[in-house]
Ligand binder design. Sequence first.
Ligand SMILES: Nc1ncnc2c1ncn2[C@@H]1O[C@H](COP(=O)(O)OP(=O)(O)OP(=O)(O)O)[C@@H](O)[C@H]1O
Length: 248
Amino acid sequence: MDQLRFRHAGEPLLLDSLTLRIRAGERVALVGPSGAGKSTLLALIAGLLPAAGGEIRVDGLPVDEVHARRLRARMAWIGQGSHVFAGTVQRNVALDRSGVRREEVRDALALAALDGVAQALPEGSLGERGIGLSGGELMRLALARAAVQPDARLLLVDEPTAHLDPRTAEAVIEGLLRLARDRTLIVATHDPALIARMDRTIALNARDATIGTATDTPTDTPTDPPTKTPIVTPMAPPHASIALGSAA
Ligand SMILES: Nc1ncnc2c1ncn2[C@@H]1O[C@H](COP(=O)(O)OP(=O)(O)OP(=O)(O)O)[C@@H](O)[C@H]1O
């Protein structure tokens, strides 16, 4: 993205002159204090919010109304607010994709470690058996949904381990890493365990610091804690874009 600017209606500028390049297959943690704009940036990348200036490109295509439909198919949004409808976990994974094969759903459930609850009815669904799912299982349901979208090469993930106990969080992280093997991953998170598993950390500063400035840090090894002295890496032209992982 190049010189990206954004403000919520009636609010001060939240992101200013944000220039980033994310390469195909990279796993990137978007970090920063609450309110720094991590979820907002994910929504901008997804084309759910219009930028006030600058440009975001995904796989060379500008994220705008003209390309919205094509790009939507290339992205998957994974968040705790994922909607569930009345029906089993298995049906919730298949959604209304008429082309999805039974084996693909089975593989997606296995990837998200949901095979044991394939026939359960998520909480809030209207079925008779009302077994319900935990927060971690709902997050893994969102992972499994992304897994049956072969064209979704860019995973936009919002706080996948928030409010989860460490064991469940680890299961979600493992599922996410398996899913991201041949895809590009951008994850907004505060979780050091998840940050440590990413290739790179991009830190957004709070509004009262330098508005929307990003600092960019490689995450050296999985065992290293997130570094406290991020290196600012100004992007050389061509200012870029987010490239998508190639198909497996
Ligand atoms: N629809 C909206 N209208 C106005 N302001 C909004 C809207 N959505 C978010 N904001 C504000 O924009 C700022 C950034 O919010 P955002 O959710 O992107 O932050 P975040 O870094 O993801 O925070 P957290 O870590 O708490 O999830 C916050 O100050 C928030 O109150």
